[in-house]
Write a protein that binds this ligand. Sequence first.
Ligand code: HEM
Length: 454
Amino acid sequence: MPQVKELPSVTFNDGSGGLLAFKRDQLAFLSRGLARHGDIFRFRPLGIPMVMVNHPDHIQHILIDKGDKYDKNASLFKIVRPVLRKGLIANADMELWRRQRRMMAPHFTPKAVSAFARNMTDETARSLEHWERVYGPGDTLDVTDEIGALALRIVIRSLFSADVTDTALAFERAFGAANSILGAFFRFPFPPLSVPTPGHRRLRRAIDEMDAFVSGFVRKRLAEEVAVGEETDLLTLLLHTVDEVDGGGMDLEQLHHEVLNICIGAYETTTNTLSWAFYLLARHPEVEKKVHEEVDRVVGDRTPRFEDLRELTYTRTVVDETLRIYSPAYQFMRHATEDDVIDGYRVPAGSNMLINSYFLHRHPDFWDEPEEFRPERFGKEEVARRPKHAYLPFGVGQRVCIGKHFALTELILVLATVARRYRLVLPEGAPEVVPEALITLHPKGGVRLRLERR
Ligand code: HEM
């Protein structure tokens, strides 16, 4: 039997288990660890045992083969739990999570999501009208801000059938604050969140604001007593969902947490992906041209619809490639509930397994010239040649993103609706936009582009 090895350890001699280097630049720290030790190594910021894994076989082992032995009691999820609480994303109580997932999954199938396609194209058309009114020739558009507002309107309409702008802005601001405070805390988890520093008090206020946003809609709906009908939104569906196993529903607190998880899960990830997609298209006019040709051929003069997705295959590869280079949910974690051996290395119980798709999606064994934007990588044959788990934008296994079909539908329909009429062009002398590693991967400073009629 081969001998079990000890994991190589990264400290970079800063006397803090790598903490200071990790705090300064998390991606640079991990990149140096991978260059020095290969696909698996450990580090201990502030004594927290972390194991970085970066191979498709590790993903298969942790998220699928031994999925039940690796739960969400990992440090990253503990950090975001004050915000997400008992909702699906960070829930570590497997029994509760399983029941919730069972009840919610039917509302996120491709067929169920097709009911929301109209919200996506209507809201995009509204954004285009607004842009046309507000931005003159030569003006630059803050794409990240504008797409953020659009993504939030789409999720709010799908959840609540509501049309809001002012309260949505407050939600965006609160979420932005929580994302950067928690992102900084993840890189340097001190002092504990229970200590009322100004930042932690700001986090508390941001959580209260997001809660007020959600409970406003829930309270209103409860007063209205809407029945499930053809044009039903997600809130009504969740209110009336019954568990097939025990016949019960969701209590109101749980419902609140799930709604908040959907808002958060759906809003920033799609905003970032679309911002990056427009940025990448602006930098690659040859790719943009192919998108335009496809959209003109498939959609022509009408509004794009759900049924077009099957034929918008090139646009889909643009989305896939954007999610590869700038995977918004770029890091997630699992907690090892028992001792294990991965790749011949001893992994002690209690380890925090760090999966980082920013690096997995650049792994030199599976991706040629990984910094290059090449949608062709997602052609059928190329995909078949790669190990499945070399690409992981939505995770995999039992905790795979429940909103994957919602997201893909939204990303393709928004791109197609914009591409029918407009180009977003790189302004002269525009600086390169670089990723900022918060809890999600964010375009630092936002993406700014010029709107041009085609
Ligand atoms: C580009 C868009 C999106 C990306 C890249 C993304 C990515 C992810 C990833 C990687 C996970 C799994 C994390 C893990 O295994 O620890 C996840 C989970 C989740 N996502 Fe998404 N997501 C996106 C959009 C959405 C949307 C649109 C929704 C809701 C409509 C959503 C709701 C959720 C929820 C509720 C979970 C937790 C699932 C569970 O544990 O059962 N996401 N997402």
